[in-house]
Design a protein around this ligand. Sequence first.
Ligand code: B12
Ligand code: SF4
Length: 500
Amino acid sequence: MKKVLFFNPRAGQTLRIIPNAILAIAAAVEGVVDYAVVDGNRERDPLKKILGYLATGEFGFFASTVMPGPQLKQAIPFTKTIRNQFPEICIIWGGYFASNHHRTVIRSGMVDVVVNGPGDKAFPAALTALAAGQSLEHIENLVYLKDGEVFKTKKAALYDQDSLPALPYERLNDFYSIEGYLGKTFLGSRTIAYHSSIGCPFTCSFCGVVPIFDARWKGKSAQAVYRDLKHLKETYGGNAFQFHDNNFFVSEKRSVEFAKLIKPENMKWWAEGRIDTMDYFTDESLATIADSGCTMIFFGAESGNNKLLHDMDKGGKQTGEKIKAFAKRISQFGIIPEYSFVLGLPAPTEQEVWQQIYDEVAFIKEIKTINPETEIVIYVYTPVPTEGSALYAESAARGFTFPETLEEWMQPQWLNFDLHREFLTPWLTPEMIRYIHDFETVMHAHYPTVSDYKLSDLQRKMIHAFSSLRYRMNIFSHPYELKALMKYWLRYRQPEIQGM
Ligand code: B12
Ligand code: SF4
């Protein structure tokens, strides 16, 4: 079989993150077919590199992972160029954008097959069938054009994660040094990105994970996760790690077992969890997790308004009261809660949308009073195509639609849309968006994020004092002086744009 060229499009200017999606699918074809990897985050001119590989004539497949947001900027035009210059190459996309927008991707005519969700079994099976000229119909998790129509095969059950092949770090190291992926963060000087579970058992109506996993979750065992992290520590010098799981703490037993195993390694770590799930954890479990090096946990707090939490389908157990109480409870263990909020949800009238925003701002300030260490991340609501969700239906009823072509997705407003920076939702006025951003600026100045390791104590104290009056008196509009300080003096980091 001809070789596969894997591509990880650039997600940021200075990103040093192990490309786990590419590693997972490369693992799946290890020993079946030979491959090369091009990482847009590690190349000055990735297109040149890609075209160079394809020009050898050794490659039959171009396989790109595509997340929403900046990855589209390379994925779309590069794919178009490959289609034009090498029409014989079979093009396969996977990842969250490809899966959630598979109709648009397939209808573009640029992509032959989308792997819809996990590619661990679908990808090697599709390659084998394509190489042999066989039908793809019986292979789960695929989307392609059949008789001119978009055809979706059955979704596979989630695979036992421990039975999947080991990630080929050594092969990746042949193309890009693993050391080069271990970046400096507030956790350590060589931070590993690791993915220990797939999916999520919840169905929050604004979340892009739900349409792919349908409330399913599967994790690797604590032992397997520990083994991999220890290998990355010993072989490549990793000294801290971030879990990239959507929801790491689904199982209390697995979390505690892992914490006990990793403790002697003395590594700080970060992961994502749910407030209502972790509030069921015993004090003993939380203490064990904290003691193992867990420094910060990201939680989708989303809102202090119980009706909105219900509309977002947060699982029914998360309430404003619980969010506040948990911020206090977790502080006893020395774990910093990183709470994210979604502002700007639709409401029947403009006045009600405004009221929701004011209430959230007041709620966030209350959280900061309860536990000033709480890190706050604010997103402005952007709909995802979660079929059947009340929120998406309401968004559609209010005039929101997604682009129907990849060319439209390339327009700056849509590239920025998934970054929650461009707001094409008709119920949000420019004044509302400005108000949310101005509040964000003042709050971040008053409480600079601990995740920005570049800030000195003096800088933190000064910007805190400088923004005090604005913060206390709710004078958020036009915070030009704070923006200038943050941009030129502090070079402030924004987790909501830069990801983790
Ligand atoms: C790492 C990561 C990033 C990195 C990018 C790293 C990179 N690629 O260089 C950073 C931090 C930059 C980032 C940013 C953003 N991200 Co991001 N990110 C992730 C994260 C945490 C892990 C991705 C990953 O490696 N997964 C591990 C692999 C093994 O899983 P996987 O990607 O699902 O891959 C499997 C299948 O999808 C499939 N597959 C994937 N790719 C391919 C390719 C081929 C060819 C095939 C055949 C199969 C295939 O097979 C794989 C194995 O089964 C995911 C959440 C998650 N847990 O997946 C969010 C996630 C993908 N991000 C998301 C978003 C929205 C963003 C942002 C656009 C917005 C934001 N503020 O978060 C920003 C953009 C900012 C920017 N500068 O790019 C959302 C997407 C949701 C949606 N609407 O579709 C996710 C799901 C987070 C979430 N829970 O909301 N992100
Ligand atoms: S808990 Fe998090 S990952 Fe799970 S559905 Fe809700 S927002 Fe998505």
